[in-house]
Write a protein that binds this ligand. Structure first.
Ligand SMILES: O=P(O)(O)OC[C@H]1O[C@H](O[C@H]2O[C@H](CO)[C@@H](O)[C@H](O)[C@H]2O)[C@H](O)[C@@H](O)[C@@H]1O
Ligand SMILES: O=c1ccn([C@@H]2O[C@H](COP(=O)(O)OP(=O)(O)O)[C@@H](O)[C@H]2O)c(=O)[nH]1
Length: 930
């Protein structure tokens, strides 16, 4: 027995309160249990530190302590992400969960110094800064080292050098980097995600074509996936970062669907209107959705993403995330932070103090304003400098009393847009310095280079006003770092409202619109003149935020949420109804003598609505049509003497006539209010006292919304009105439906005897009590009588995409039901016929009402309405022989099945109407054999 096993046994049998009778070790099942057990283990370690029983236990516990990326100082691993893995001896061991961080850029960039020697330099950028602060995991970093290494020796030696830093390289060749990184990532996705539009396609330069760049993007993502797969171990969490790797979740899940995959975007996610412009908009979204958890800096970005999935892919957005056929991808906001302690501690270091002293002397008598940005068009550097110029212009008294230090770190220098920006900025700085400079001083110090960490901290600490004017920025960590270094000076932060950081530091900063140069210029004046009292208040606010929302916490929250998401998904999967066991359903069908098939129409027997057809006016037809592949099987089934088929639909009679007129079949229109065998006439099953006075008022509301919702329509039926927006813009349709429901619930018909039923893409108003379940016994009564049925029905298959309100049809035939449900089903004479209780599919919670018996159908209250030409159903004829039941569902001969639904009262599920086609085809084939 290993030490950990021994410990577990000890804990479970001896030391855990309340566990004294527990003789068999129980493995913790939930994350919470695991954490609690680990906590106990640690407590135990402390208490029995010197105990002999522990043996090498402490060594084992030490394994939990963790090396961080780049060997920065260690912190003892917290509970986050500890996992239990089964060893070959069958015993479970706790081990620190490994975190594979996958990002385009490694935290170090490599510079080749010789054939086999390398120098590693820290990479610049917010993503690297933030992740360097994450020390609580047993992390490996997988990414590109920023250098082309075509030769084997180079690749081998660099791999070894990087391994010391816990980094694993992905080797991208020059052409791939050019097309994937410079092209698709930085010339296409980056500007689009920052609202700068898409570049014009350059037809002359073939290598720059969107398609070839996109192909290279996918290829590069696949290369990342290959490296991850090679290093992946069971239980690892794989955290994919940023817009460079939108295909990675998909590729990883294809490799191993059990991999825990999270994806985080460091840039903004733009409005769906922008994302819609990308030629590969759908593929990108779908690939990201393969992840278990998708994270953004702010709720706005998360909302935009969900909205893009709704509008572009037609998927369902829920408060939890995005759902696609029952599969949920969690979407949430995880605002990043910095390792604030690292900055605060750095200020005490002698070399930083020396830097600060130098800077203070150098700029004595002048206020220091600071900008620190990668030289990127999103950072709004020209706008910042122009605002500073306007400030100097308007405030001559400040000209020799203030200096702007702009650190502009060169970035993505192979992309033409970035090259243009460099010359543009140089030109503006030159002009302003020429205009306001003197022989001994210039107002702007512009540096085209990066600073080391200590120099940067010193600069932050001596600054009076930091100026962040990003036109868009995922977060902007410079603003956080500035605040962390300002504990003594309490300088002012001017911050663009278009940076993610505005949502967290907005209360203490002066927020500006960087496009409004005059406003920024005014804010500079306001900041420079701000009272010490106001500065302190603002600073304290932000300082508290920055020091409590750290990068450690950010990563810990994301990883813990990812672990939880997976546990929740597993639970959900267990709750999901089982798929219809088609083989069994067909076998039992073929053995039965008197079968009844009740089939819905819309989304059950019709072709699937192609999501593509929903957009841009490419609508085929609005009327539902029978799935062409069902014509043959349906004919065969109708020709079988032992089979009775009822199509039970909300649609009106005309639509059913058009689609099923040629079959020998029963049609039940308007949720069963009208009934006809195709060889006979329509009759009504409507209750006599059905009040329809409300119709005109509802019609007005429906007309109003139909006119205002392009591609929506409404159907006026005898007993209901239906407003349908399935062909309209999904988002807009939903908003309109919400308003419509308000009208209906609170307006003139709020007291009418109606039910307002909300569908997936529809709103229906019905007379109270009109449901498919309520109509079915009247329908059955008529069928039994009309067909002169002698033997009881011994097989029922009820398949439909029914509204929740109509799901009483499933429970009607269900012999084993909670009493509340039964009470709602009308059943006058019991006439019980004892039947074995059907097995309830796993995951369903049904009460164990074994005493309840198979229902015997009886006659119903109320005659049908005798509308002109329709013969009302005559009651009192629903038993086949006096006293015996019409239903005799032996064993498992009842199959209720919901189509394209996630939750249902039915016993089983079928994915789409294509599956219904497959089912009916098999039934038809077995019909012809029997
Ligand atoms: O790797 P590069 O192409 O040289 O670019 C550097 C990084 O720029 C972007 O940073 C973003 O991440 C920050 C942290 O979340 C955030 O504060 C900032 O607003 C973003 O712009 C980019 O997203 C990274 O992938 C790059 O590594
Ligand atoms: O000379 C410099 C200038 C900036 N940075 C770092 O670069 C990051 C910039 O991150 P931010 O989120 O502000 O923007 P990004 O460049 O990622 O878009 C910050 O952590 C800075 O500390 C740096 O290391 N050296």
């Amino acid at each position: 027995m290993t030490t950990i096993c021994k410990l577990q046994a000890l804990l479970q049998n001896k030391h855990m309160p309340g566990n004294k009778y527990n003789r068999t070790p129980v493995s913790p099942k939930t994350r919470l249990e695991r954490i609690l057990q680990y906590r106990e283990l640690r407590k135990f370690n402390k208490i029995f530190n010197s105990s002999e029983e522990l043996g090498d236990g402490l060594k084992e516990a030490e394994l939990f302590a963790n090396d961080s990326v780049l060997n920065e100082d260690e912190s003892c691993g917290p509970l986050n992400g500890d996992i239990l893995l089964k060893g070959t001896d069958g015993c479970e061991r706790l081990r620190k969960q490994r975190l594979l961080v996958v990002a385009n850029r490694l935290p170090v960039s490599a510079v080749r110094k010789g054939e086999d020697s390398w120098q590693l330099e820290i990479s610049v950028g917010g993503l690297v800064s933030a992740l360097l602060g994450v020390k609580e995991f047993d992390a490996r970093w997988i990414g590109w080292a920023g250098v082309n290494v075509p030769d084997e020796t180079g690749q081998k030696t660099l791999t070894i050098a990087l391994a010391e830093k816990r980094c694993i390289p992905v080797f991208l060749d020059e052409d791939t980097v050019h097309q994937y990184y410079n092209g698709y990532c930085n010339n296409m996705l980056w500007p689009a995600f920052h609202y700068l539009g898409l570049p014009q396609e350059d037809r002359l330069a073939t290598t720059r074509g969107f398609q070839s760049q996109f192909d290279a993007y996918k290829k590069a993502n696949q290369m990342f996936a290959n490296v991850v797969s090679k290093h992946y171990e069971e239980g690892d969490v794989v955290w994919c970062h940023d817009y460079h790797l939108m295909f990675l979740p998909k590729f990883l899940k294809e490799y191993n669907s059990n991999m825990k995959v999270g994806w985080f975007l460091h840039t903004p996610f733009p409005s769906s209107e922008i994302h819609r412009m990308l030629p590969s908009r759908s593929e990108l979204l779908r690939s990201v959705l393969a992840a278990d958890l998708v994270g953004f800096h702010t709720y706005d970005y998360a909302r935009h993403f969900v909205s893009a999935c709704r509008r572009i892919l037609g998927l369902e957005g829920t408060p939890e995330g995005v759902e696609d056929q029952g599969k949920l991808t969690r979407v949430a906001a995880f605002p990043i932070g910095i390792d604030s302690d690292r900055f605060i501690r750095a200020l005490e270091l002698p070399q930083v103090q020396d830097h600060m002293k130098e800077l203070k002397e150098r700029f004595a008598g002048r206020k220091v304003m600071l900008g620190v940005d990668r030289l990127d068009m999103i950072k709004g550097i020209p706008q910042k400098i122009l605002a500073f110029e306007e400030f100097l212009e308007e405030n001559p008294e400040w000209r020799d009393k203030v200096v702007l230090l702009q650190i502009a770190v060169p970035t993505r220098t192979d992309v033409p847009e970035y090259q243009k920006l460099t010359s543009q900025v140089h030109e503006i700085v030159g002009r302003i310095n020429g205009r306001f400079g003197t022989l001994t001083a210039v107002p702007i110090h512009h540096l085209d280079r990066s600073l080391d960490f200590h120099a940067l901290c010193a600069l932050y600490a001596v600054t009076d006003v930091a100026l962040v004017t990003s036109l868009r920025d995922g977060m902007n960590l410079v603003s956080y770092e500035f605040v962390a270094c300002q504990a003594s000076k309490k300088g002012v932060l001017i911050l663009s409202e278009f940076a993610g950081a505005a949502q967290s530091l907005g209360a203490g900063a002066i927020l500006v619109n960087p496009w409004n140069i005059t406003e920024v210029a005014y804010s500079i004046g306001y900041a420079l003149n701000m009272s010490a009292d106001e500065r302190e208040k603002r600073h304290n606010h932000n300082f508290r935020h920055v020091t409590t929302h750290t990068s450690q916490e950010w990563a810990a929250t994301f990883v813990s949420e990812l672990n939880d998401t997976i546990v929740q998904a597993q639970l959900r999967t267990r709750q999901v109804l089982p798929l219809l066991p088609i083989k069994d359903a067909v076998e039992r069908y073929s053995q039965a003598n008197n079968r009844l098939l009740i089939l819905g129409f819309n989304a059950t027997l019709t072709e699937q609505l192609d999501t593509l057809d929903r957009r841009g006016g490419q609508i085929r037809e609005m009327e539902p049509r029978l799935h062409p592949e069902l014509k043959e099987p349906l004919k065969k089934l109708c020709g079988d003497q032992k089979t009775t088929i009822v199509v039970l639909s909300g649609s009106d009679r005309t639509i059913l006539d058009e689609n099923f007129g040629e079959y020998n079949i029963w049609l039940a229109a308007e949720n069963g209010m009208f009934l006809r065998r195709t060889t006979g006439k329509w009759m009504t099953t409507m209750p006599e006292n059905l009040n329809m006075d409300w119709v005109d008022s509802v019609k007005h509301v429906f007309e109003y919304f139909t006119e205002r919702t392009p591609r929506s329509h409404f159907e006026l039926r005898e007993t209901s009105l239906l407003w349908n927006y399935k062909y309209a813009d999904v988002e807009f349709g939903r908003l309109q439906a919400r308003d419509m429901l308000q009208h209906l619930w609170t307006g003139p018909i709020s007291n009418a005897a109606v039910d307002v039923v909300q569908g997936g893409r529809s709103v229906e108003v019905r007379a109270v009590g009109v449901t498919k379940g309520a109509a079915i016994d009247r329908i059955l009564g008529e069928i039994v009588h009309n067909q002169g049925m002698k033997a009881p029905i011994d097989y029922v298959l009820c398949v439909g995409h029914f509204l929740a309100k109509d799901e009483d049809i499933y429970t009607f035939f269900e012999p084993e039901l909670p009493s509340e449900t039964l009470a709602t089903v009308r059943c006058r004479s019991p006439g019980p016929v004892g039947l074995p209780v059907p097995k309830i599919p796993s995951g369903r919670s049904r009460s164990k009402s074994h005493h309840k018996k198979q229902r015997s159908l009886s006659t119903l209250e109320g005659n049908g309405l005798g509308s002109a030409g329709w013969r009302p159903i005559v009651p009192d004829r629903i038993s086949v022989h006096e006293g015996s039941s019409v239903l005799d569902l032996k064993g498992e001969n009842y199959f209720s099945c919901a189509v394209s639904r996630k939750q249902s009262n039915a016993r089983y599920l079928l994915g789409t109407s294509d599956d219904v086609v497959a089912l009916l085809t098999q039934l038809a084939d077995s019909s012809s054999l029997s």
